[in-house]
Design a protein. Sequence first.
Length: 449
Amino acid sequence: MKKIIYSGLSVVFLLLTFVSSATAKLDVNASVGLREEYNDNIFLTKTNREDDFITSVSPNIRLNYALSYLDLSLDYGLNFKFFAHHSELDLTSLTNTQTASLKHQFRPMKGMFIDISDVYRRVPVDIRNQVAFDNVFVNMTDSNIFSVSPNFVYPLSSTLETRFGYRYTNIWYKVREGNNSESNSAFISILKKLSPSLSTGVNYNFVAVQPKKTEAYDQHQGSVNVMYQRGSDFKVWGEFGRVFINYESDRKIETNFWDVGSDYSLKISENTSLGAGYSTSFAETDITGEVRQLRFRSYYYDPKNPTVIWLLDPYYTYDRYSVSAGATKEERVDIFFRTGQRFRISVNPYYTVVKYLEIDRKDKITGIAANFYHKLSAKINSSIHGVAEKQKFLPENREYSRYSIGLNLDYRLSKHITAGLGYTYNTRKSNNADEFHNNIAWIQSRFTF
């Protein structure tokens, strides 16, 4: 029910802000896709594998609207699926097929911002179970994360400003074991610009979290940070802080956290950069991870085709390692390398340790994600994306190896029609019964209005 309420609120804000104006910038992109695939292991099992032909119909609309006092971005799509031999698995209702992402910022007065975000999509229930490219129902569930945050920026002098505000967040999972939660937070930062390249700040954040299945807690987090940026080619940052978590049962956790990293654009070729970072985060959702992706992900801009392209597809990232286990402490190390314009390469080795604060559980993952994109001609694009992980789950001491790779070839038949074909391979190796391998071959077309 709550996901419907928040989706309704999002539509209301959309209607309220969608007013005609000579200065408004509106970009609407509507399309519908048709895909036919063969999947040789639809249940991702080790034995008794079942295959099927799956037909997908996927209408989508993307909208970007901007005025001097607001920015709005909406991406809404449906993905209906029809199974040739397993009709009981058909996905035909709106609640089972929709994905939505709404980002809205309203600026009613100078220095005041109202940020609204609503994201509805399918996510893994638990990464200890089967996770695979192009898998939509095995170990997957619907998720909705809604947040609204009025916040203020107030300059105290030409080099000193304060930022403060409030944020409400609601997290919902469709699966029964999902640990739905609500949180209310207040935050304040004082930022000092020491020079055109160097700035520092002091931050405080209070969060009251009310999970449905685990113990409620209050979290106090204070930190100091510094950032140095030289033009657009070099950036380094560091943050150190202390976290205090107080549970309803009077159990307390106190510990330090870090967030350090750098991003450097190399001169050896166009659009080449190297980045590295280490971070510690405490949350019900991976907020630090969202910040990390914004820091490191590369944009490529083609003047003849003014579209922003993300190099790293979010196939390997997780909002939550488990939707039922409650609060976590995550430590993560990342290295990023990006290069190329017509032939683009992005590589991200990473190591992460996730310790669960409510239960005796720890997940360690060492992996590498890579993406290759090649514009073969004016009409033909090809891409390869893949991930390889070594997973260790404690205290059971279970170890897995996960490998996934996807190949895509797209051909633009006309201004409105694109056709493509591809292949996906997934495998998980271990000494347990839940290992599997999976092949998917598909062909598709998309019509853009």
